[in-house]
Design a protein around this ligand. Sequence first.
Ligand code: DGL
Length: 274
Amino acid sequence: MDNRPIGFLDSGVGGLTVVRELMRQLPHEQVVYIGDSARAPYGPRPAEQIKTYTWELVNFLRKQDVKMIVLACNTATAVVWEDIKSQLDIPVIGVIMPGASAAIKATRTGKIGIIGTPMTVQSDIYREKITSLAPQSQVESLACPAFVPIVESNQMNSPLAKKAVYETLAPLVGQVDTLILGCTHYPLLRPIIQNVMGQEVALVDSGAESVRDISVLLNYFGINRDPRQPAQGHRFYTTGGADSFAHIAGNWLPDVPFTVNHIDLVASLDEVTV
Ligand code: DGL
């Protein structure tokens, strides 16, 4: 048993979609979350910058004494997961492999679409993972740079969101039977995406799929939280506005106690020496 929290990171509020699934499957675990909304989106940034920012988030979480780190961000997973995994002595989970495997299971025709940030699509990592497991698959990738700013500004139900999803996804409509939501922000747009793609298309939520991996690794390392001492409250930190984060988290998460605090990441890392 290990009653320390699990650390989650994302460029902003997207990782909440992974946290929601964690709370459903493993409700006694405690969450510490850092979202870098002040610097979101990460997707259009150069790889080196994404690396630096993600390491800052990782170091913040390590100071919170977490027992595991979840990169609840496809972009960070694509760029820096291997590096972080190899340097930390606690388990580090990425969200890409679980989404790729789930899509292979879900597809009937082998035609799989993947939508993500410009960096995730440019990395071509989903195609690599999918074709290494199922070489006959046909993978279509599409970058959707408009989606993350819509979610970060809490405009998920706006006409702007509908227009952006409709226009961006047009090239994929009718082309695939399975679509990977390869960015953890996208499940917040899921009803619109499903509507545009058609009800017959299976949507795969890569973040939610990764909760099974979290569970497997907690068991493997024997670091589950004692279910007799369930988490009393979750701690969320954002480099952006705490009110906006709390609003989105309150709408998206189940009815659980949590706190949201704004944090100046660089100053907080300076405060405590490793
Ligand atoms: N939510 C993130 C992802 O899964 C990052 C989005 C962004 O900041 O561009 O890729």
